[in-house]
Design a protein around this ligand. Structure first.
Ligand code: C2E
Ligand code: MG
Ligand code: MG
Length: 767
């Protein structure tokens, strides 16, 4: 039982002081009357006894009420026992007086007096002691039990009948008291529940982030929470005095929380009693609050008003929408904003004669600035570029940053293409002027692609066209501009189709590997075969790897394609004589993928090829990128036994330091060295590189040998270990290379295998 309920039960016992007092008076008077009427001495004894017992109870009642407010729970728990004791004493005295009177007198008046008073007191007690049914039961029994017995003892039929009636009455009042107790308990529990609910409601109301007011149908304020008061800066006593909607609204206006106009609007919404939302702005410009008011009609006709401070939300929304449409760094419109704006301008210009140009500007060498001077410098440079662009445009032109180092300008209403060319030229010149960024002098360039508007052209098409023109401008050597032409779209389209075809070709395994032998100049036998990619397309014919590899690299397809080539080449090599290795070309991208080592390991594992029979050909561009990582990967590959050869040496930087710094086992000198080999310079160069490589313990291969003269010159050098070229064999399909290998490592003579003229053998070459 909750403390509140037990307190209510105790209270109920000590409630009716008046009734107790009346009981004392009446019982004392009745006892006096009976004693007088009977002229019987002993009955007089009950008069003081009744007064004393009654007074003790009455005093207890008084004492309880006096100390009630300071009572602890334990002290309060003592009071029912005290009550019970006093009530029992009084009940016993009344019961005794009544029964003694009934038995010691035959006077009907005396009997009536004592019986009616006792019945009245029992009935009164039943109405009062519902808080403790057990106490009442004892009380009633002590008062009325002796009466019932005394009546029965008189022995006459009427008295016996009365005894039965009194017994029934006793049972009825006990039952009545139990019913009253039940009703009382229900009421107390319901009251407690209501109080708890009211408390929760109050807490929720005063802790909600919204301000809340409830107005009854007559406009009187029913509820206002603390938050509303705080938000509207209202005086504290406003609600205590009882207020209606106009009072509240005018208090809000006087407090300066809303304007008089807003106040009128709010009041009419409360009176209209319809679901609505309105937003008011603070008359105080410094505070500048935005408040959202929600009006919700109630079923009984009143209105609930919810108030929310949405200042921060609105500011965040404004910031988000700014961020969504502007570039944070340069404060220029962004791609989305620009696209929408251009779309709107294009749709609005119904005059087909009006000419405008879209200029796609891309900075040259910006990446280097970012890489060398750091991102903060790069950012400052971009801001300077944005500033220069802004400064050189007319008010009706429009500039945006598309991200990275891309800017786009929309030049409206121009006379001719020449105007666009003029602006592009000025942009290239101005952006190429020196910048002072954080104490650094920086120089960059710019390339511009231009697309002119035409009737019905969309913003997307215009952007795409300008982008294509920019691509061409960059390909033309940067620092220039280029107008879009239709054939550019065709080039892009054919490239798109090629990309689609390539994807399909990889999925359908339409690729094939050809193999070109490398001959060991000493033994005259094939030492290695280089795997070279071929694509037999039904309509394109045989497509060269020179056209496939760069596209596959751009598309990121090279990783999957490279994996296929590596596995296929390793498996093919397993069919060759053991002395023959396979060389596989790796493009830089493929080489820098994270798991190149596990790719190679896997290919060796599934094919069963020993690592020393695999050569990986890399180009200088692979070595250029991320030098430490490259070095690590090469060392790991070398550690598992795979050989690395540097392909096309002499076409790139031809840095001799590579030969020294990386774990390379072979250098392939590019066939361009053979051009003009009969003159002195290339030959001297070739000799130098060949000797250095040989001194560093590497084998030297010369690629692209087509004539016997070239072969003789190389052979005479003595340091070149291997040779590759059409003179020996073109790249051939796998079936053919197997035949060549069987012959080379079998019984047939090399003259039969390779179409090498007998003159070369005669002149002392290996053939
Ligand atoms: P590369 O690795 O330097 O391959 C040698 C290229 O020179 C081959 O061209 C070959 O046919 C050609 N060649 C060989 N001997 C002679 C000759 O005596 N005279 C002339 N004029 N050319 C000769 P191909 O097969 O067209 O390959 C071109 C390039 O494509 C290769 O140059 C290589 O860089 C790349 N490539 C080929 N296959 C693959 C591959 O599977 N993966 C990767 N990443 N690149 C490959
Ligand atoms: Mg190669
Ligand atoms: Mg090569």
């Amino acid at each position: 039982m909750s403390p509140t309920i037990s307190a209510a039960l105790i209270d109920s016992l000590f409630d009716a002081f008046g009734a107790v007092f009346t009981g004392i008076i009446f019982s004392a008077i009745a006892a006096t009357l009976t004693a007088l009427k009977m002229g019987n001495g002993p009955i007089w004894v009950f008069v003081p006894l009744l007064i004393v017992a009654g007074t003790l109870r009455a005093l207890d009642l008084r004492r309880y009420h006096a100390s009630k407010s300071t009572l602890t729970a334990e002290a309060a728990a003592q009071w029912p026992q005290r009550y019970q004791m006093r009530a029992m004493i009084q009940a016993a005295v009344i019961g005794l007086w009544c029964s003694v009177t009934l038995l010691s007198s035959d006077d009907a008046v005396v009997h009536m007096i004592c019986l009616s008073v006792t019945t009245g007191i029992v009935a009164g007690a039943a109405a009062r002691a519902y808080g403790r049914v057990s106490i009442f039961r004892l009380q009633a029994l002590l008062m009325f039990g002796p009466v019932v017995i005394a009546l029965a003892l008189r022995g006459t039929p009427y008295y016996i009948a009365m005894s039965v009636i009194c017994a029934a009455f006793l049972a009825a009042v006990v039952q009545l008291s139990a019913n009253l107790h039940r009703i009382f308990m229900r009421a107390v529990v319901a009251r407690e529940r209501e109080a708890a609910l009211a408390g929760q409601f109050d807490t929720a109301l005063n802790n909600m982030p919204h301000g809340l007011c409830m107005f009854r149908a007559d406009g009187q304020l029913a509820v206002m929470n603390r938050r509303f008061n705080e938000m509207m800066i209202l005086p504290g006593d406003l609600v205590q005095h009882g207020a209606d909607a106009p009072d509240i609204v005018s208090a809000c206006v006087s407090a300066g929380s809303i304007s008089a106009d807003s106040g009128r609007m709010i009041l009419s919404e409360i009176e209209n009693s319809q679901a609505r939302d309105i937003i008011t702005t603070d008359p105080d410009v410094v505070r500048a609050r935005s408040l959202s008011w929600t009006f919700q009609p109630m079923t009984d006709g009143g209105t609930v008003v919810l108030l929310e401070d949405i200042t921060e939300r609105r500011m965040a929304e404004a910031r988000i929408s700014h961020l969504a449409r502007y570039d944070e760094l340069t404060e220029l419109p962004n791609r989305l904003n620009f696209r929408d704006e251009i779309g709107r301008l294009l749709a609005a210009s119904d005059d087909a004669e009006r000419l405008s140009a879209l200029l796609f500007v891309d900075l040259d060498q910006f990446k280097q600035v970012n890489d060398t001077l750091g991102h903060p410098c790069g950012d400052a440079l971009l801001c300077a570029v944005a500033e220069r662009l802004r400064a050189m445009l007319r008010p009706e032109d429009f500039v945006a940053r598309f991200g990275g180092d891309e800017f786009v300008v929309f030049q409206q209403d121009i006379e001719s293409q020449e105007d666009a060319a003029g602006l592009a030229r000025r942009i290239v010149d101005r952006l190429s002027e020196r910048y002072q960024v954080d104490n650094h002098l920086v120089e960059i360039g710019a390339s511009v692609g231009i697309a002119m508007t035409s009737a019905g052209v969309s913003a997307d098409t215009l952007l795409k066209n300008a982008d294509m023109a920019l691509y061409r401008a960059k390909a033309d050597g940067r620092g220039t501009f280029c107008f879009f032409r239709d054939e550019m779209a065709q080039t892009v389209e054919s490239r798109r189709i090629l990309e689609l075809d390539l994807r399909r070709a990889l999925a359908n395994e339409e690729f094939e590997l050809f193999y070109q032998p490398l001959l060991n100049l000493k033994s005259g036998k094939i030492s290695t075969c280089e795997a070279l990619l071929r694509w037999n397309h039904p309509t394109r014919g045989t497509v060269s790897p020179i056209d496939i590899i760069p596209v596959a690299e751009d598309m990121g397809l090279i990783v999957d394609l490279g994996r296929w080539i590596l596995r296929k080449a390793c498996m093919e090599c397993m069919k060759w004589p053991e002395a023959v290795s396979v060389a596989v070309n790796f493009s830089p991208q493929q080489f820098h993928q994270r798991d190149v080592l596990s790719e190679v390991r896997y290919a060796l594992e599934v094919s069963g090829l020993p690592a020393h029979r695999l050569e990986i050909e890399i180009t200088e561009s692979s070595l250029l990128r991320n030098t430490q990582l490259t070095h690590d990967v090469l060392s790991q590959l070398h550690a598992i036994g795979v050989r690395i050869s540097l392909d096309d040496f002499g076409t790139g930087y031809s840095s001799l330091s590579y030969l020294h710094n990386f774990p390379l086992q072979k250098v392939k000198i590019d066939r361009s060295f053979l051009e003009g080999i009969d003159t002195d310079r290339p030959l001297t160069l070739l000799r130098g590189v060949a000797r250095l490589s040989a001194d560093l313990g590497m084998s030297v291969v010369v690629e692209g040998i087509e004539t016997n003269e070239q072969l003789e010159l190389i052979n005479a050098e003595g340091t070149v270990t291997e040779a590759q070229g059409y003179l020996f064999s073109r790249p051939v399909p796998s079936v053919r290379v197997r035949q060549l290998l069987n012959a080379s490592h079998g019984c047939r003579s090399d003259e039969e295998i390779f179409a090498v003229p007998s003159r070369s053998i005669a002149s002392g070459t290996i053939f």
